[in-house]
Design a protein around this ligand. Structure first.
Ligand code: GLU
Length: 546
C-alpha cells in the first residue's frame, strides 16, 4: 500500500514538517536536574482536592529544582467542556498560593511553547498523524459506533478484553482499494494507531513514586484523530509533553492503566518519554474502613468547600504537604514559623498507596496558622471571606477597618502574646466579633443570680463607670460594688468564708460581662467597654437589666 499517498489523501492540509516543530520548540535552557512539570486539566469540571494535591507536588518539584511549572488546557473533548472551568483552575490554585510559571492565561515572557490550549494546536497533531499514516503506523477506521458496540458486546460475552485490537481491528486490514472506495463514498472515519505491541508481552517501568511496575504492552489500536480531525487526549498529550519538554508527569494513579498506550505513542512518534509519577488516591476513614474520597459522598473533595468554610489557604497547603511527604510534619515541628517552600520536597518520598486525608488534622493545622496571623493579616483573611460569603451585616462591619483591627487585637489576641488558638475557619472568627456591633448583638442573658442582684450591679456600675478608667481603676470599681450585693470584694475573704457571701468579685464581673457581651466568656471586659465607647457600654448595662 502506498501509505504516503494515503497520508496526503487523508490529511491534505499544507502543514509544517514534523522536524520543523523541533526548531519551533527548542530544548529549554535550564540548570541540570531542573524538572519541567505541568498541570494538564481537561476543562470538563471543577478542580478538586486531588488536583490540588498533584498540583502542589508539581509546583514543589519544579521550584525546588530550578525548573518550570506550566498550565496546559486539554480541551479536546468539546462536548464535555464546562464554562468557567479554566478560570476556576487558575483562581483556585492562586487562592492556595500555587503559581504557574507559564501557560494558558498566564502572563509570562516564558510562554514560548504555546499555544497552551490543545484545540489551538491542531496543525501540530495533524502533522504527526500524517507522519504516522505515511509510515504505516496509523490508518483510517470507518467502523460505525453501532459496529463498535456490537464488537464490545461480543467481547464482553466471551469474557475477552474489550476494545479495538487484533482480529477485532477490522479496518486495520482494509486493502488500498477498499479504503479509497469508502473515502469516495464519503464515509466518516477516525485515524487509529496501528499498534505494534502485543498484550502477551510484559515490561517493567519505573514510576517515580511507585517504583518498578510491571505492565503489559499496549495492543489497542486507539483513536488518535477523531472524525472531526481533533486529536484524542492520549495522542495530544504525548506530543505536547514532548514539545513542551515536560520531564516529569505527575498525575493521579487512575492514569496508570493508560500508561502502556502512552509509552507506545512516544515510541512510534520517535520521542523519549518523560518520567512518570502516579500519585496515590486521597483516602479517608469511614468508620473502620479506609476508602477513596468520593465526589458524591464527601463535600471536602471540592476545593470550594475550603473557600466557603473559610479555611486559611496556607493551612490547607501545609496540611497537604504533610500528606505528600511524611517527613514534612517533623520539619514543621522544627520550623514552626518556617516557609514551607524551604522544605526539601522529594517526589520519591511520596506514599506508594492511599494517602489518608484527615479533616481533624487539617483543622489543627488551620488553628495554628490562624493563631499566628498579625491583626492586619487576620483582617485581610477574614474580610476576604466576608466579601464572598459573609452576610450583608458582616460586609458593613468589615468596611470599618480601624475598628475591626482593634477588635481583632483583643478577640484573637493578634496584638499580644495570648493568641487565641481555637479558630479553625474564617466563619468562626467572624461570628466571634458579632457582639461588637449593635445590629448583630443578640444577647440571651444567662445570669446566675436573682433579678435584684443583677439590676443593682448593672445600675451601680453604670453610675460609677468612666471610659477614662484604666484596668486597675475599673477593677477597683467592680470590687467596691461587691459588698453592696452581699458578695466578697476580696477573693481571699471569699475563699476563707464562702458561707458568708452570695458570691464574689468575679461573679460581679460575670454579671457585667453578660450584660455587655451576652456571654459569660469574653476577653478583657474593660478593654471591650473601651472599644464600644461610653454610650454603647452604658446602653448595654441598661438593656441588660431584668
Ligand atoms: N487531561 C487529563 C485530566 O483531565 C490529564 C492527564 C495527565 O496529566 O496526563 O486529568
Amino acid at each position: 500500500m502506498d501509505t504516503k499517498k494515503l497520508a496526503e489523501k487523508l490529511i491534505p492540509d499544507e502543514l509544517p514538517s514534523p522536524e520543523s516543530y523541533e526548531e519551533l520548540y527548542p530544548a529549554r535552557q535550564l540548570p541540570a536536574g531542573a524538572e519541567v512539570t505541568r498541570l494538564a486539566p481537561s476543562p470538563t469540571g471543577f478542580i478538586h482536592l486531588g488536583n490540588l494535591f498533584s498540583a502542589l507536588a508539581d509546583e514543589r518539584v519544579a521550584h525546588t529544582t530550578g525548573g518550570i511549572f506550566y498550565l496546559r488546557i486539554e480541551d479536546t473533548d468539546e462536548k464535555r467542556k464546562v464554562d468557567g472551568a479554566v478560570e476556576s483552575v487558575i483562581r483556585s490554585l492562586d487562592y492556595f498560593g500555587i503559581k504557574f510559571d507559564e501557560g494558558a492565561e498566564i502572563d509570562s515572557p516564558l510562554n514560548k511553547y504555546g499555544p497552551y490550549y490543545q484545540r489551538r494546536r491542531a496543525g501540530l497533531y495533524r502533522a504527526f498523524a500524517k507522519k504516522l499514516i505515511a509510515e504505516g503506523l496509523a490508518y483510517p477506521c470507518f467502523c460505525t459506533s453501532g459496529e463498535l458496540d456490537a464488537v464490545r458486546e461480543k467481547q464482553t460475552e466471551n469474557k475477552e478484553i474489550t476494545g479495538y485490537y487484533g482480529t477485532y481491528a477490522k479496518c486495520r486490514n482494509l486493502s488500498e482499494e477498499e479504503i479509497y472506495k469508502k473515502l469516495e463514498e464519503g464515509m466518516p472515519y477516525v485515524i487509529r494507531l496501528k499498534s505494534q505491541g502485543n498484550a502477551a508481552n510484559k515490561f517493567t517501568f519505573r514510576d517515580a513514586i511507585k517504583g518498578d511496575i510491571t505492565v503489559t504492552e499496549n495492543e489497542q489500536d486507539i483513536v488518535i484523530l477523531k472524525s472531526d480531525g481533533i486529536p484524542t487526549y492520549h495522542f495530544a498529550h504525548a506530543i505536547d509533553d514532548h514539545f513542551m519538554h515536560t520531564t516529569l508527569v505527575i498525575r493521579g494513579e487512575e492514569w496508570l492503566s493508560s500508561l502502556p498506550v502512552h509509552i507506545e505513542l512516544h515510541k512510534v512518534l520517535g520521542f523519549k518519554p518523560p518520567r512518570y509519577a502516579h500519585t496515590s488516591s486521597l483516602m479517608k476513614m469511614d468508620g473502620d474502613t479506609k476508602r477513596k474520597l468520593s465526589k458524591r459522598k464527601d463535600p471536602e473533595l471540592s476545593l470550594d468547600y475550603y473557600r466557603k468554610a473559610g479555611y486559611f489557604p496556607l493551612a490547607v497547603v501545609k496540611y497537604l504537604m504533610t500528606v505528600l511527604n511524611s517527613n514534612f510534619e517533623e520539619w514543621l515541628l522544627k520550623n514552626p514559623d518556617g516557609d514551607y517552600r524551604d522544605f526539601k520536597f522529594r517526589i520519591d518520598k511520596m506514599g506508594k498507596s492511599g494517602a489518608l486525608f484527615d479533616l481533624d488534622k487539617l483543622n489543627d493545622v488551620s488553628k495554628t496558622e490562624i493563631s499566628k496571623l498579625s491583626a492586619d493579616e487576620c483582617y485581610g483573611f477574614l474580610s476576604g471571606w466576608v466579601s464572598e460569603f459573609g452576610t450583608e451585616a458582616d460586609k458593613a462591619h468589615f468596611a470599618n477597618r480601624e475598628y475591626l483591627v482593634k477588635i481583632l487585637n483583643l478577640v484573637m489576641g493578634t496584638g499580644g502574646k495570648k493568641r487565641r488558638k481555637d479558630i479553625e475557619r474564617a466563619e468562626q472568627g467572624v461570628r466571634l466579633l458579632d457582639y461588637f456591633f449593635d445590629d448583630t448583638f443578640k444577647p440571651v442573658y444567662g445570669y446566675r443570680f436573682d433579678r435584684e442582684t443583677v439590676n443593682i450591679v448593672l445600675k451601680e456600675f453604670a453610675a460609677a463607670y468612666s471610659p477614662d478608667d484604666d484596668n486597675s481603676v475599673w477593677f477597683a470599681k467592680v470590687k467596691a460594688l461587691a459588698p453592696k450585693v452581699g458578695f466578697a470584694g476580696e477573693m481571699s475573704e471569699y475563699k476563707a468564708h464562702p458561707e458568708n457571701y452570695k458570691g464574689n468579685v468575679s461573679d460581679v464581673a460575670e454579671i457585667l460581662r453578660i450584660a455587655v457581651t451576652g456571654s459569660a466568656n469574653s476577653p478583657d471586659l474593660c478593654t471591650i467597654m473601651g472599644i464600644l465607647g461610653r454610650e454603647r457600654s452604658l446602653a448595654r448595662l441598661e438593656k441588660g437589666m431584668i
